[in-house]
Design a binder for this molecule. Structure first.
Ligand SMILES: NC(=O)c1ccc[n+]([C@@H]2O[C@H](COP(=O)([O-])OP(=O)(O)OC[C@H]3O[C@@H](n4cnc5c(N)ncnc54)[C@H](OP(=O)(O)O)[C@@H]3O)[C@@H](O)[C@H]2O)c1
Length: 166
């Protein structure tokens, strides 16, 4: 395995939706609305922990219900309804290799910062190009496509796993 990924832990998984030109966001929002994908996201993450960057939290506007919400931010005040970490290292110290199932839900900065710790990626691949200002990091050299979970005319949901032998 590539050394960069030696600390990847089974409990950290990313879930993202990306267009064919790697866009994930535009002006702080998703550039599309696919209700079937939102349903998949909800089913996958319900009763688990979700971790996100402050900008993604702002764009959602409130904690996701029935999930433990963690926000990574240097600027956000402590609050009762989400757990705030001021840096990635403290988050990892307290959460990697735990029994907790944790989904990294974006955005671009947080996917990049946590990629080396991510064992699995649930990627909704959208068939089409979109304009945007946030992109999913390159991951294809280190992950194998394991299955296509769902497919329709607009997108397919892919599950990738970190390659074990490198
Ligand atoms: N398509 C998808 O699957 C998907 C999923 C999620 C989000 N998105 C989109 O992605 C876009 C947002 O992505 P983004 O990259 O701009 O923002 P982001 O990753 O959501 O949040 C960035 C913020 O996280 C905090 N942060 C990042 N690295 C940190 C570190 N090492 N230590 C402490 N805090 C850190 C900072 O917050 P402070 O400034 O508060 O310090 C930073 O401004 C939006 O358009 C959103 O809609 C798309």
């Amino acid at each position: 395995m590539n050394n960069k990924f030696k600390n990847a832990t089974a409990n950290l998984k990313a879930v993202a939706a990306m267009s064919s030109n790697r866009v994930i966001g535009n002006n702080g929002e998703l550039p599309w609305h696919f209700s079937e994908d939102l349903k998949f996201f909800k089913k996958l993450t319900l009763n688990s922990t979700v971790v996100m960057g402050r900008k993604t939290f702002d764009s959602i506007g409130k904690p996701l219900p029935k999930r433990k919400n963690i926000v990574i931010s240097r600027s956000m005040e402590k609050r009762d309804d989400v757990l705030v970490y001021q840096n990635i290292e403290t988050f990892l110290t307290e959460h990697s290799n735990s029994n907790e199932s944790i989904f990294i839900i974006g955005g671009a900065q947080i996917y990049s910062a946590l990629m080396n710790w991510t064992k699995e990626i649930y990627l909704t691949f959208i068939f089409g190009e979109y304009s945007g200002d946030a992109y999913f990091p390159k991951f294809e050299n280190h992950y194998e496509l394991k299955e296509i979970i769902f497919k329709n005319n607009d997108f397919e949901v892919r599950r990738y796993a970190l390659e074990e032998k490198r």
